[in-house]
Design a protein around this ligand. Structure first.
Ligand SMILES: [Zn+2]
Length: 316
């Protein structure tokens, strides 16, 4: 008999941790499978990232030097997503909101249609084990790109994507530059997310949530510097999809034991626990729960509460 999630944490039963249903609401398709799966496919080993990278810039240097040279063809990027879905199923993930970068369309002769056909077939293949929900990923630099912005609007109009996300270097665009796109996503009933407060502060989180009408924030941990902003997020039920290992490795949090997720939780902000880029950070959702428990951040009961709430919030 499988033991409960609470007992699995206390007894460090990794199989039982994996068996418990979970969600992953913050996962980028390009780097979504574990590095070892890509190594097996390529037949070579890939240098692991340094334990600490210098913010987003440091991660991009690693990704461009080590991973990207292997990810420049359609077959491999399709393999990565397919392998990620299998990883997620093995880890007990039942809802996977996969962020598909708009630049992915360039890998297909028929552009966005090719992306949609691949992901639709994959979702059909693995249903009902996992609910694979396509998310439209917009890098901030796309806001000033004369080809990518019209493509992003076209992607929204296709009705395929269930949510939208914005990421990459904060300085590449102010949120105002994508206001129209987000208004359109909201009118279409899509869930609106954006990366903010990963390295920046609380006011930036509040301003972006208000301006873009965000339902959820990717990371958002900078909100912890302001009790007022945390209360505001809590009152408005704005959930933060947090990725603890990513935050530590990118120097957004000093270490797991001092991760701001505890302060956010204590101030009533809804949080979920997610992977971000498993190819880089090398942790599954179950690993992230286990790490938080072992670092003494949450009790087993609190982690089970977070897990159950995330399942209830994403139920269709
Ligand atoms: Zn992210």
């Amino acid at each position: 008999m499988t033991i409960s999630f609470v007992d699995a944490l206390k007894e460090d039963d990794r199989a039982a941790l994996r068996a418990a249903p979970k969600v992953d609401l913050h996962c980028h398709a390009f780097f979504s499978t574990r590095r070892r799966n890509l190594e097996r496919r390529l037949g070579c080993s890939l240098e692991p990232p340094p334990a600490r990278m210098n913010k987003l810039g440091g991660m991009i240097v690693y990704a461009m030097d080590v991973l990207d040279p292997h990810l420049r063809n359609r077959e491999t990027i399709e393999f990565v997503v397919e392998s990620a879905v299998r990883d997620a199923i093995k880890d007990g993930v039942v809802v996977l909101e996969m962020s598909l970068d708009i630049r992915r369309a360039a890998y297909y002769a028929d552009g966005l249609v090719g992306v949609e056909n691949h992901i639709r077939a994959l979702a059909d293949q693995y249903r009902p084990q996992i609910d694979l929900r396509p998310e439209l990923g917009i890098p901030r630099q796309a806001a000033s790109d004369p080809e990518l912005m019209p493509l992003a609007h076209e992607a929204l109009e296709s009705g395929f994507f269930q949510s939208i996300d914005l990421y990459d270097h904060q300085e590449a665009c102010e949120p105002e530059a994508v206001e129209d796109l987000y208004a359109k996503a909201g009118a279409a009933g899509m869930k609106r997310k954006a990366h903010v407060g990963e390295f920046g502060g609380a006011e930036e989180v509040r301003r972006t949530v208000e301006l873009l009408g965000l339902d959820e924030v990717q990371h958002g941990i900078g909100a912890a510097e302001s009790v007022e902003v945390m209360r505001w997020l809590a009152e408005n039920r704005i959930r933060l999809n947090v990725c603890p290992t990513s935050n530590v490795m990118l120097d957004a949090a000093p270490d797991l034991a001092r991760h701001p997720i505890r302060a956010l939780f204590d101030n009533g902000v809804p949080v979920t626990i997610n992977t971000d880029d498993p190819m880089i950070f090398d942790q599954s959702v179950s690993d992230e729960y286990r790490n938080l428990y072992q670092a003494g951040i949450f009790s087993a009961e609190e982690l089970d509460g977070i897990r159950r709430a995330s399942l209830a919030d994403t139920a269709v």
